[in-house]
Design a protein around this ligand. Sequence first.
Ligand code: OOG
Ligand code: MG
Length: 251
Amino acid sequence: MNVREAAAALLGTVSERAPLSEEWPDLDVDTAYAIQDEALRQRRARGETLVGVKLGLTSRAKQQRMGIDTPLLAWLTDAMVLPAGVPVPSLIHPRAEPELVFVLGRRLAGPGVTAATALAAVDRVYGGIEVIDSRYADYRFTLPDAVADNGSSACFSVGPVGVPPSTVDLSLEAALLEVDGQIVDTATGAAVQGHPAEALALAANALAARGLALEPGWLVLTGGMTDAVPLRPGSRVAAHFSHLGSLTLTT
Ligand code: OOG
Ligand code: MG
């Protein structure tokens, strides 16, 4: 299997499959990013538009659940945007996680980006929910597997309230995660690398190592603040943020 075949295989996966690393044991992280880039190329060839990036595995809750303590990056396209009120499409085994979402006002290029310079490039911050849907059975994967699978991405919804980042303390911004009327988990922005701007800086610096930058207008999902919860048919998952409003997903 080569990079192009792996990208096509993962893009076409509609039910659980074995981790890529089972048939490609020496798959490394750099090759996995090449697979991710090739999958983006194939998505664009079929008409999708790049709208930003997501970070994954930026909080302890997520790292512990997945057994991987290295954050990852993945691409976001317009086809992944779930407008408010639209039910989540039928997926393999979706999980939902609350995230803080930046919209960039300026280009942000590493290396050497700090949390402070990163935050200065942000136009607005929103609350959001990401729906992940690993193509791999039982969400069992290595870091290269997850990178090749575009960070388990499926779709995401951005909440109703966007504010300039200088007007909120994002380390204290809380998210309450509700499933069918019960609050099942809570976290603040500090769960994400100490401050979500640290995750943004990490994204800019990691992209710089690949000769890329974060572009104006891009969305940046900074990573699940809490562990993700299964999104079961008929269930309702909501995230309530302290200053960034609430949003609800249904299936
Ligand atoms: C990997 C993707 C992680 C996040 O926000 O941490 C992610 C996974 O958990 O399947 O999107
Ligand atoms: Mg996520």
